[in-house]
Design a binder for this molecule. Structure first.
Ligand SMILES: NC(=O)c1ccc[n+]([C@@H]2O[C@H](COP(=O)([O-])OP(=O)(O)OC[C@H]3O[C@@H](n4cnc5c(N)ncnc54)[C@H](OP(=O)(O)O)[C@@H]3O)[C@@H](O)[C@H]2O)c1
Length: 210
């Protein structure tokens, strides 16, 4: 049985899988394409399958776009009861790059939690860029990974994972803080495509310093 299940095989899935390997965790990769899952799993000596197969990990990372994450949770339903679900999504309107696709006063994380009331959704990793996960640092500074969740045990499991993965977790409070994490990351994302900041280029990080 794997420690962590990652659903998706893209940039974030690859980065988080690599970090899970550093943390000494066994990894299961699931996606809609069996060969993509197998290819990513092979990089971390993990196991693989297609989405819909039983999720083995006590921690399940949704490394897909928000819309797909909703579909995945809806299809698993109560099969994920008791699991810690890590929501890394940024529900950005990519046509305008000017707004979120969730209404004010809500968040992707809260919408996902409503789909799986028997599981505990924790927001994490949405404020770090995939390109920075391999090194785990930017400009010599360890990546901060902001974490929000209502279930203290689930949030603590994610915090421990992040620590073991060589990153710095910062628990920012209850799941509703995901509203600010998602809105803030929209701002950070707009800076990556700003002509005024050509050196950011999806390879920057936000750091909280004491
Ligand atoms: N990239 C970043 O720096 C970054 C940073 C923070 C958070 N995020 C968030 O992380 C999530 C993943 O981003 P990414 O950059 O890793 O994206 P990506 O490289 O495009 O990978 C997306 C993954 O989701 C799968 N997928 C897409 N649509 C799907 C659907 N309808 N049903 C099932 N699977 C689907 C893709 O499968 P196929 O290969 O089969 O299409 C792929 O495995 C997003 O929610 C994003 O907002 C990204």
């Amino acid at each position: 049985m794997a420690d962590i299940t990652i659903i998706g095989t893209g940039n974030m899935a690859s980065g988080i899988a690599a970090r899970a390997a550093i943390a000494g965790k066994s990894v299961q990769i699931l996606s809609r394409d069996a060969s993509s899952s197998a290819a990513l799993a092979a990089t971390v000596n993990g196991t693989s399958g297609t989405t819909g197969s039983p999720a083995e990990g006590s921690i399940v990372v949704l490394a897909t776009p928000f819309g797909a994450a909703k579909e995945v949770l809806s299809s698993y339903g109560s099969a994920l009861d008791g699991k810690t679900i890590v929501d890394i999504t940024n529900p950005v309107n990519f046509e305008t790059f000017d707004s979120l696709t969730v209404p004010a006063g809500s968040s992707a994380a809260e919408e996902l939690q409503a789909l799986v009331p028997g599981a505990s959704v924790v927001k994490a990793f949405n404020t770090v860029f995939a390109a920075t996960l391999a090194a785990g640092e930017v400009s010599g500074q360890t990546l901060d990974v902001l974490v929000a969740g209502d279930d203290a045990t689930a949030a603590s499991a994610v915090v421990d994972f992040i620590k073991d993965a060589g990153l710095r977790p910062v628990n920012v409070g209850p799941l509703r803080r995901a509203r600010e994490l998602e809105a803030f990351q929209l701002l950070v994302m707009t800076l990556q495509i700003s002509d005024a900041h050509p050196n950011y280029n999806w390879n920057s990080a936000v750091k909280l310093l004491p």
